[in-house]
Design a protein around this ligand. Structure first.
Ligand SMILES: *Cc1c(COP(=O)(O)O)cnc(C)c1O
Length: 379
């Protein structure tokens, strides 16, 4: 089955009690048993919920995994994956990570004796010097946030496999429409479903997808034991969002290209970061592992002052100034003070994230209205 069909049908069966074509929101905390232990597979709603089951099966199918495990947020999903580790273990992570991921690594899990090393992995070979006998996990994001760098997933996966280290890929930016890390050798895919999967800026949700039974059972154990589970209504909203992921992503990609090319020829714009440009340093890898280039773009102005950036940030009308990304509506953001404020300034600058960098999540409106809006704001 191809992705568009899976997005609409995978995991979802008509409700057996009524025939309802859409999986109902099973808003219940417990399930009645006929006799102790005699039940229909559902005992308590932290452990199992039918709305969540439908979503988890759909998520597994669209990432070409065997199991999906849902959480109350993307960071709760990250938290669960890190709980596979034990004190003394080490993680090598790509630099230029989502700010909240950097924060949970360095401010939460470092306290429990897990060590994190951050490396620029645009060249996968940069991984080798960071690995040792204690390295248990490699964590990457590609395209990276907000610099839109590309990491070669298959090359990193080959090294991880050789050294018997788990590779986790945060696939939030690309979504399964553009790339499937499990097919490229990753062991774990993480999503903030708050973004493209949900797609309508109306739900916070996270997911982990794997294709290994033992790993799946460990993650279900953590999901149930630690309890960061999503509510059934949120699961319903993500399921509903998934049904149009392919149609939305197609437009995000088209609009992304139009906006990136518009910005690039604008006399007041300095640099545009978008992995679809033929001269993007890792364009070849992007072309190899992705089926399109998405709607995330960052750029700087020739006038590198904070004031000039702030004028654009507050000057757009269709691009709303807000955190987050991946919704149908266009957003504009200032990583240094918003999404990436939790990363120390010197660390940010090392990755090229300057104070004047502007990030766009290009929505699915009419492209000419979006470029017109930016034209007015840039002046
Ligand atoms: C938003 C985001 C997260 C965190 O997800 P939440 O749903 O906000 O907890 C993780 N990774 C990336 C790339 C994100 O954009």
């Amino acid at each position: 089955m191809k992705l568009g069909t899976k997005l609409i049908h995978a995991g979802v069966e008509p409700d057996p009690s009524t025939g309802a074509i859409m999986t109902p929101i099973f808003q219940t905390s417990t399930y009645v048993q006929a006799a102790p232990g005699d039940h229909k597979g559902y005992e308590y709603a932290r452990t199992q919920n039918p709305t969540r089951d439908a979503l988890q099966n759909a998520l597994a199918a669209i990432e070409n995994g065997s199991h999906g495990i849902s959480f109350g947020s993307g960071l709760a999903a990250t938290d669960a994956v890190l709980k596979l580790l034990a004190p003394g273990d080490e993680v090598v992570a790509s630099s230029d990570l989502y700010g909240g991921t950097f924060r949970i690594f360095t401010k939460v899990f470092a306290k429990y004796g897990i060590q994190f090393h951050f490396t620029d992995l645009r060249d996968a070979e940069a991984l080798r010097p960071q690995l040792n006998a204690r390295t248990k996990m490699i964590w990457i994001e590609t395209p990276t946030n907000p610099m839109l760098n590309i990491i070669d997933i298959a090359a990193v996966a080959a090294i991880a496999k050789e050294k018997n280290i788990l590779l986790a890929v945060d696939n939030t930016f690309a979504s399964p429409y553009l790339q499937n890390p499990l097919d490229l050798g990753a062991n774990i895919v993480v999503h903030s479903a708050t973004k493209y999967l949900g797609g309508h800026s109306d739900v916070v949700h996270g997911a982990v997808i794997v294709k290994d039974e033992a790993l799946a059972q460990q993650l279900y154990f953590i999901q149930n034991s630690c309890g960061a589970v999503p509510g059934p209504q949120d699961c319903f909203l993500v399921l509903r969002g998934l049904k149009t992921l392919h149609v939305r992503m197609q437009r995000h990609c088209e609009n992304g290209e139009t906006v990136a090319r518009f910005l690039r020829q604008h006399p007041k714009v300095n640099k545009v970061y978008w992995c679809g440009f033929e001269d993007h340093p890792n364009h070849d890898i992007a072309k190899k592992q992705m089926r399109g280039f998405g709607g995330m773009i960052s750029f700087t102005l020739k006038d590198d002052s904070m004031d000039a950036a702030l004028k654009v940030l507050s000057g757009t009308k269709l691009f709303s100034l807000a955190e987050s990304l991946g919704g149908v509506e266009s957003l504009i953001g200032h990583p240094a003070s918003m999404t990436h404020a939790s990363i120390p300034r010197e660390e940010r600058l090392k990755n090229g994230l300057t104070d004047s960098l502007i990030r766009l999540s290009v929505g699915i409106e009419d492209a000419s209205d979006l470029t017109e809006d930016l034209k007015k704001a840039i002046g």
